[in-house]
Design a protein around this ligand. Sequence first.
Ligand code: SER
Length: 276
Amino acid sequence: MHKSYGVNEIREMYLKFFESKGHLRLPSFSLIPQNDASLLLINSGMAPMKPYFTGETEPPRKRVCTCQKCIRTGDIENIGKTERHGTYFEMLGNFSFGDYFKKEAIAWCWEFLTSPEWLGLEADRLYPSIYLDDEESFEIWNQDIHIAPERIFRFGKADNFWEHGSGPCGPCSEVYYDRGPEYGCGKPDCTVGCDCDRYIEIWNNVFSQFNNDGQGNYTDLIQKNIDVGAGLERIACVSQNVDSLFDVDTVMNITCLLNTSPSPRDLSTYSMPSSA
Ligand code: SER
């Protein structure tokens, strides 16, 4: 069984890991999009950085990492129906603007998730997915990371191509964590990609190499980029072995205070922040 980490510990661990790989840590951007009429609210780590992906603006460094505040309006209808969708969430992200590409992104994803020095999740509970014919990613997962071919899932555009309105986009390679049959729907064909809460997507490596003009026309970007997004609360949910995003430590610290029912957590050491 893996070690359990708090939300705040995971955030710091992730940013430290990517700093050790040459990334510049930036603070979260505002939830309100700036100069981007395609989004109501910032929905991902990459959204505020679109001009760095297109080459329109020079980034402060070619490797950047953030923990971005997000609200994904498209997920609102799923909230309360699944254990893995939330209103507000934080997205861990590491980005390459025309610097490293698939090989490094996948290797670092695996190192962070499985190394006992970092998150230390069980490798045999993790399953990567790739975009249909992305043989380059397949080779990396299979040859470099030593994942057996039958554990690598191929999905189409609906699952493994990141785009949101206009702007930088591309095929992606996700990582799912198997929480066990107790979280499954029980259907005989339940496997990675099933809509239930057993195989939960915890990491998305996007190979951002195209620009969508918003009308579905794709052109090559002037550079190949990496856009990684990992839901902080989902990773915490898996690390802490709790049922849902609403049961992770930071959320419980609030809901237990509001709730009169007996608390599953000892709050005797909790001190209320002084009011501003
Ligand atoms: N843009 C991708 C996502 O939000 C990866 O960061 O899933």
